[in-house]
Design a binder for this molecule. Structure first.
Ligand code: G3P
Ligand code: CA
Length: 311
């Protein structure tokens, strides 16, 4: 069994050495990288977080309460979701900006093409079957509101990576989401410290969240150039990237910086359902693995000698 601490530390240090020797590294990055030998050791001591992507979505219908309940049954406390807004202003949990792939909207409302989330009221969306597309055993699962979702993650004692999906379609959604999180008790000191990350592909959206609630932990979805990472680290605690873009060198560049809360910048990596790939990413320095199969990935990481975050 490999020493997780030594493996991750040596991987990060090796990558860091590569970074320092790479002429392409910017002066800002190089300067920030200088103290990273200590940082790499600190990172290696941190447990790896497994996050259930849209819930345990390999088996259960994504972004439903059933999907986060199944994640809980699998022993996975961290879940990820996607938030958008209905025509009448209700915040709803939905990945696509249309309702067609994951509900029966085309049958229920055949004349409403292209079936955008933002063209339907909550009263309409709540009638849709969001489970049957995944299998008859999930028939009748509903699209949850953010409020319903927060009640369930609270009841389940789970933790949340909340994604603001397509924020450019929903001006002002950041403030509305934060209001709901506050009402649900998720902006308390303990909650923001231990169990919440708000992420988005929209840098401006994450900047807005950071400005409105500087205490909230944030994540930028994407893989900015190494030279640009310091700019993102001003408002984002995490750089959460597609696993195909990742390398030990990139993790080291992320870890060489501090985020807006003065802690080492982190990277949660998505969407990883292959156990061997998850272990490889962990060895390179991933702080979290976002997966549709949290049970499989947690087990693989544990079997490979990597601790999984206490949850
Ligand atoms: O959490 C990362 C991941 O969810 C981003 O991609 O398209 O699944 O929302 P997507
Ligand atoms: Ca997402």
């Amino acid at each position: 069994m490999p020493s997780r601490t030594l493996t991750r530390a040596s991987g990060a240090l090796t990558a860091l050495a590569g970074l320092v020797l790479t002429a392409a590294a910017t002066s800002a990055t190089a300067a920030a990288a200088e103290p990273a030998a200590d940082s790499a050791t600190a990172t290696s001591a941190a447990p790896i977080v497994t996050v259930a992507h849209r819930g345990a979505s390999a088996e259960a219908p994504e972004n439903t309460l059933a999907a986060i309940d199944l994640a809980r049954e699998m022993g996975t406390d961290w879940v990820e979701n996607d938030v958008q807004r209905s025509k009448d202003g209700e915040l709803v949990i939905m990945h696509d900006d249309t309702l067609t792939r994951t509900t029966d909207v085309e049958e229920v409302f055949p004349d409403r093409a292209p079936w955008k989330v933002s063209d339907f009221t909550w009263k309409e969306i709540r009638t849709l079957d969001a489970g049957s597309w995944k299998g008859e055993e999930w028939a009748g699962a509903r699209v949850p509101t953010l409020k319903q979702y927060m009640m369930r993650v609270t009841q389940n004692h789970q933790k949340l990576v909340l994604e603001i999906k397509k924020p450019e379609l929903y001006p002002g959604i950041e403030k509305e989401i934060l209001t709901e999180l506050r009402k649900s008790g998720w902006l308390s000191r303990a909650a923001v410290k231990n169990k919440l990350v708000v992420q988005s592909f929209g840098a401006d959206s994450i900047k807005t969240v950071h400005e409105l609630r500087p205490d909230v932990k944030t994540g930028f979805l994407g893989a900015p150039a190494v030279a640009d990472l310091p700019e993102y680290a001003a408002f984002s605690d995490q750089i959460n990237s597609n696993h195909g873009t990742m390398s030990a060198e990139y993790y080291a560049a992320v870890h060489a910086l501090e985020g807006p809360h003065g802690r080492q910048l982190e990277s949660y990596t998505w969407t990883v359902d292959d156990p061997a790939r998850a272990v490889e990413l962990a060895e390179w320095g991933a702080d979290g693995i976002i997966t549709n199969k949290p049970d499989v990935i947690s087990e693989a990481l544990e079997d490979a000698g990597f601790g999984v975050a206490a949850q």
